[in-house]
Each structure stands twice: as C-alpha cells, then as structure tokens.
Design a protein around this ligand. Structure first.
Ligand SMILES: C[S@@+](CC[C@H](N)C(=O)[O-])C[C@H]1O[C@@H](n2cnc3c(N)ncnc32)[C@H](O)[C@@H]1O
Length: 222
C-alpha cells in the first residue's frame, strides 16, 4: 500500500472540502453525516462547518473529537429518519460496499436522509489510474487476472473494492432522486502526494492528470 503522511491526508481533506464548497456554495448547516467515516481526516475537515456532526462506520473505529454522534451500522441501511441532514458525505466508501450490487443502495439511503435542498457529496478513486494503489505497482490492475493474484499474495483489501465509473455513480445519484449539480474528475495538489512531488508537478504541468485523473467527485442536490 502506498503510505500517506499526515500532511498528505490533511491536504486531501482540505482539497475535498474546497471542492464541496465550490459545488454547493456554502458548507454551513445544522447537521452533516459522514458515511464510512474511517480514519477521520475528512470528518474533521467537513465537520467543522456544521452544528452537529454525525458519523457512521460499518467497522468499529474511534471517531474523531469533532463527532457528536457516531454509530456503527451499514451505510446501505442508514438508521436515520428521512430528510435529516444538510450534507451527507461518502468519501472513498461506495466502492467498498459489498456485495457490489448494493452500491446504488448507499446513494439511495444518503439521498433519503438528506433534507430537501440539502446535498450529497461522493468521492471515488479513478479505477483506471495507471498506478494500482494497494500494491503500488504501475499498470498492475490492467493485467487480466492480476487482481486475483494480488489477493492471493495477501492484498485482501482488493477483494472488496469495486470502483464504479463516474458516469455510473452520477446515474445512481440521479436514480436516487437528487439533481447532479457537479460531476468532475480531479488530481490532488502535490502536497497530497507521497514522495514524488516534483515528478508529480511535471506530470501535472504536461497534462497527464487530465488523461488519468486521480478520482471523481459527484455532488447531488436533493
Ligand atoms: C477507504 S476507507 C475511507 C474512509 C473515510 N471516508 C476517509 O475518507 O478517510 C472506506 C471506509 O468505508 C467503510 N465502509 C465500507 N463499507 C461500508 C458500508 N456498507 N457502510 C458504512 N461504511 C462502510 C469502511 O469501514 C472504511 O472505513
């Protein structure tokens, strides 16, 4: 796995927060929900803008201090009433939902729990990025059968990753009943990238990341 420093993670969280703000206008509101909150960098960054921060995880984890109410549950069956949150966020989560056929259900549930006029924010990695980020091997995941080999080598996390395309994610958000107000691909700023910063900046300058973006963002208005 390619290791990210604290500075990389903070820079990613700030970048995603800015992207949400650009799409939505303002991030302030009564309540937000971070689905699949994980290690917490994004939860801290987004949570600061809301009076009440809710976080949900399928795996027992320690939530960061900014969280007012944290629960352990499945994001495809959110234990909240309809129309509760101003912003509902899933960053690098929907591709981990198993079985993969349940991925649209995560979008559906997030839209259901979000207030009319509120927003849902999704970020997913680019499944066609030329570096496979679990193994750190270039082009590895483009080889037929390589994923199974990697799983057998011990990269068991790969077993549960099914990255949808940006278009498919946007379709799920629409089918869930939200208007898609932003659908774009991105590359992180160089502070968010481990070790290869200078090379990264050269690649960025010559437009490599326009062809191979790092990930995609989809924002829906409910
Ligand atoms: C790659 S991590 C991302 C964590 C966090 N969102 C972040 O940006 O740092 C994916 C997270 O999604 C959680 N997850 C996977 N499936 C889930 C589900 N069905 N419901 C809720 N959380 C889920 C995992 O436990 C894991 O913490």
């Amino acid at each position: 796995m390619v290791a990210l420093s604290e500075q990389n993670l903070e820079a990613r969280a700030a970048f995603l927060r800015d992207a949400a703000e650009q799409a939505i206008g303002t991030l302030s509101g009564d309540r937000c929900l971070m689905v699949g909150a994980g290690s917490g960098y994004n939860t801290e960054e987004f949570g600061d803008y809301f009076d009440e921060v809710n976080a949900l995880e399928i795996e027992p984890r320690e939530f960061p201090d900014v969280v007012d109410h944290g629960i352990f549950a499945d994001g495809t069956r959110l234990p909240y009433q309809d129309d509760v949150f101003d912003l509902t966020v899933a960053i690098s989560v929907i591709e981990h939902v198993v079985p993969p056929v349940n991925r649209p259900k995560l979008a559906e549930e997030m839209v259901r729990c979000t207030k009319p006029g509120g927003h849902v924010f999704f970020q997913i990695p680019n499944g066609r990025f030329p570096l496979e980020l679990h193994t750190g091997l270039p082009l590895f995941h483009w080889i037929p059968g390589a994923k199974q080999v990697a799983i057998e080598m011990g990269y068991t996390g790969l077993k549960r990753v099914h990255i949808p395309s940006r278009a498919k994610l946007a379709r799920w958000v629409r089918e869930a009943g939200a208007d898609v107000i932003e659908e774009r691909s991105f590359a992180y700023p160089s502070e968010a990238i481990p070790k290869y910063n200078q090379l990264y900046e050269v690649f960025d300058d010559i437009g490599v990341f326009r062809v191979f973006p790092f990930g995609h963002i989809v924002v829906g208005r409910v």
